[in-house]
Design a protein around this ligand. Structure first.
Ligand code: G
Ligand code: G
Ligand code: MN
Ligand code: NA
Length: 252
């Protein structure tokens, strides 16, 4: 409860900030976007990990205000870096189930796009399977509305939930993010499952993003196996926006 109270204050006091982790295209080696990740510097406790405070926020309506703050900040930052750079660089924003279930969510997303001037295809929303499973019907309808608004969608942490072909077929997503637990054993082990995920996504016309790429040998194996996009400590740690803007135009 204390954490919840403090977090509420942090949102109001602008004590949160975003860091951006670069995503690169396997085929062209070019920087194509970034995932926005929230950070909280507590006045006395220092850095608190989102792994700690996101679940707290998700347990209450607080996640709606926090999520809205993240979405707005990320769109404003991405609009700015796109104005400074000639090739389009998207931003990926994590969205919680409770946000998606809000009747006004799509309208709020459109309002933030309008305010920031960010083109809708440059916003990607990341949803996890487990969150979508909580209420399939509501989830799929909200996703369709967002797609109609031109926003892109990614299925995050893929493979950690109750993944199945039938679910993948019913979610209108552009990208599938393979959870880093599947990337870690590569290339010594685990190739069959990653190859199967890539081929399955392909057959649905969904692009594959590998998360948690830490080793050059993993990068080489993934790009060879037909993975579309890579993200991980090897190609870039989450960084402040000023540092990310310096990276525009970079290649792997
Ligand atoms: O950023 P990592 O560095 O520590 O993030 C830990 C967890 O917190 C991950 O599961 C990540 O998806 C989640 N997370 C980070 N930022 C956000 C955010 O803005 N919104 C939501 N819902 N989850 C986030
Ligand atoms: O759940 P989600 O995928 O949104 O969370 C992203 C999380 O993964 C963040 O905590 C981010 O800091 C972390 N992360 C990003 N790249 C790597 C990596 O290469 N290795 C590890 N161990 N964690 C990573
Ligand atoms: Mn994510
Ligand atoms: Na993930």
């Amino acid at each position: 409860a204390r954490l919840e109270t403090e977090l509420r204050k942090a949102i109001d006091a602008d004590a949160l900030h975003l860091v951006y982790q670069p995503q690169f295209d396997c085929r062209t080696s070019q920087l194509i976007g970034a995932e926005a990740l929230v950070r909280w510097t507590h006045p006395s406790d220092g850095e608190i990990s989102p792994a700690e405070f996101i679940p707290v926020a998700e347990g209450s309506e607080l996640i709606v205000a926090l999520g809205q703050w993240v979405l707005r900040r990320a769109c404003l930052d991405a609009a700015r870096w796109n104005a400074e750079h000639d090739t389009a660089i998207h931003v990926s924003v994590n969205v919680s189930a409770r946000q998606l279930r809000q009747a006004q969510f799509t309208e709020q997303v459109k309002a933030v796009l309008d305010e920031s001037g960010l083109a809708s295809p440059l916003l990607e929303l990341e949803l996890t399977e487990s969150q979508l499973m909580a209420n399939m019907a509501v989830g799929v309808e909200a996703m369709q509305q967002l797609r109609t608004a031109g926003v892109r969608l990614a299925l995050d942490d893929f493979g950690t939930g109750y993944s199945s072909l039938s679910y993948l077929q019913s979610f209108p997503v552009n990208n599938l993010k393979i959870d880093r637990s599947f990337i870690r054993p590569l290339p010594q082990a685990g190739q069959p499952i990653v190859a199967a995920i890539i081929s399955m996504a392909r057959s649905f016309g969904i692009a594959v993003v590998a998360e948690g790429v830490e080793e050059p040998s993993q990068l080489a194996w993934l790009c060879d196996a037909g993975c579309d996009i890579v993200q991980g400590y090897l190609t870039g740690r989450p960084m402040p926006v000023a540092q990310f803007r310096e990276l525009l135009g970079a290649e792997i």
